[in-house]
Design a protein around this ligand. Structure first.
Ligand code: UVW
Length: 322
């Protein structure tokens, strides 16, 4: 198999951690930073009243379909009642001649724009805040998506457009950047990444996906572009008290850390160890165009993931208001 080091070896025995910071029962992690004053700070960044919905469409049938992590399947929406159903002899009858349509849907909770539960990924048998990984068996009993959904996520969002900063429509497979690149892009955009900002990063990767007609191309040597692990980057997140990382990729970070080949170490370093909430597969292109047009890169960010009991994640349609 792989010669990659164990996650613990890469991140270090003394990896930066926020376990215990909000008590032994915490299931919100860095979202605890988003208090009422942060809501008001976000509201102060609304100027023009433009609204951007950041979810992608679910269940598209035309190619290339829904962007998915390998092994996940697209939403299966099935119509179980339509106008043809009401002619059938066993169809229910409602006074007044009422007819209606009904659908069911089978979905991967991580199969669209979504919030990961803080306990969605782990290593060494422990989830966020030190919860035992066996609490995931059957249904997540700790650090599921439900506490995030009950709270809601509201604050000042800031968008860093890495693709635009690098003069490309989208970053390439496996292309990386780190906190120093984020700071440089922010400076070029004329915006500051402030403590407690909801950090949104555009790579253009969804734009790349939607212009593909051949899904094979996407999954060949699958390696998304994105943030890459370093201890300094993790400390940067911890010191800035970033509550939530939002990107337009399926997994918010380069798939394989380039030096070691370890898969998704930032999920572990940021989400499992620090409690940073992760929002993935967000459509940021229209928002980015509007921000670039008038040079305002901060906004009110509002997201309410679905309240799925024990969910490993939940679909969401975040809203950015400028
Ligand atoms: C995995 O679950 C592997 O990734 P994500 O958090 O992107 O869904």
């Amino acid at each position: 198999m792989s010669e990659a080091p164990a996650m613990r070896e890469l991140l270090g025995e003394d990896a930066p951690s926020n376990w215990g910071k909000w008590g032994p029962d915490d299931e919100l992690g860095c979202l605890n930073y988003l208090d009422a004053s942060e809501v008001l700070r976000g509201i102060r960044h609304v100027r023009s009243g433009e609204v951007f919905t950041l979810q992608i469409q679910m269940g598209r049938t035309e190619p290339p379909g829904d962007p998915l992590w390998p092994g996940r399947s697209p939403m299966e929406r099935r119509n179980v009642l339509d106008e043809s159903s009401w002619d059938k002899p066993d169809a229910p009858q409602y006074p007044g001649g009422l007819h209606y349509s009904d659908d069911t849907a089978q979905i991967f909770l991580q199969g669209s724009t979504q919030y990961d539960a803080l306990g969605h990924l782990w290593y060494d048998g422990k989830l966020w805040n030190g919860y035992d990984a066996r609490t995931t068996v059957g249904q997540m009993k700790k650090a599921s998506v439900l506490p995030i959904a009950e709270k809601g996520v509201v604050g000042r969002g800031v968008l860093i457009d890495m693709a635009r900063h690098r003069g490309k429509p989208w970053l390439e497979k496996g292309e990386t950047f780190d906190h120093t690149d984020l700071e440089a892009a922010a400076q070029a955009q004329g915006v500051t990444i402030e403590p407690h900002d909801i950090l949104c990063i555009r790579t253009g990767w969804l734009k790349y996906w939607y212009q593909l007609t051949d899904r094979e191309e996407f999954y060949k040597d699958f390696n998304e572009p994105g943030l890459t692990y370093s201890r300094e980057l993790v400390e940067w997140f911890q010191q800035r008290e970033i509550p939530n990382l939002v990107t337009d990729t399926i997994a918010n970070e380069v798939t394989y850390e380039p030096n070691t080949g370890v898969a998704l170490p930032l999920h572990c370093a940021l989400m499992r160890n620090l409690g940073v909430a992760l929002t993935e597969i967000a459509w940021l292109d229209d928002l980015a165009d509007a921000c670039a047009a008038d040079g305002r890169w901060s906004f009110l960010y509002v997201a309410a993931p679905l309240k799925i009991v024990g969910g490993t994640g939940a679909p969401v349609n975040p809203v950015a208001i400028r």
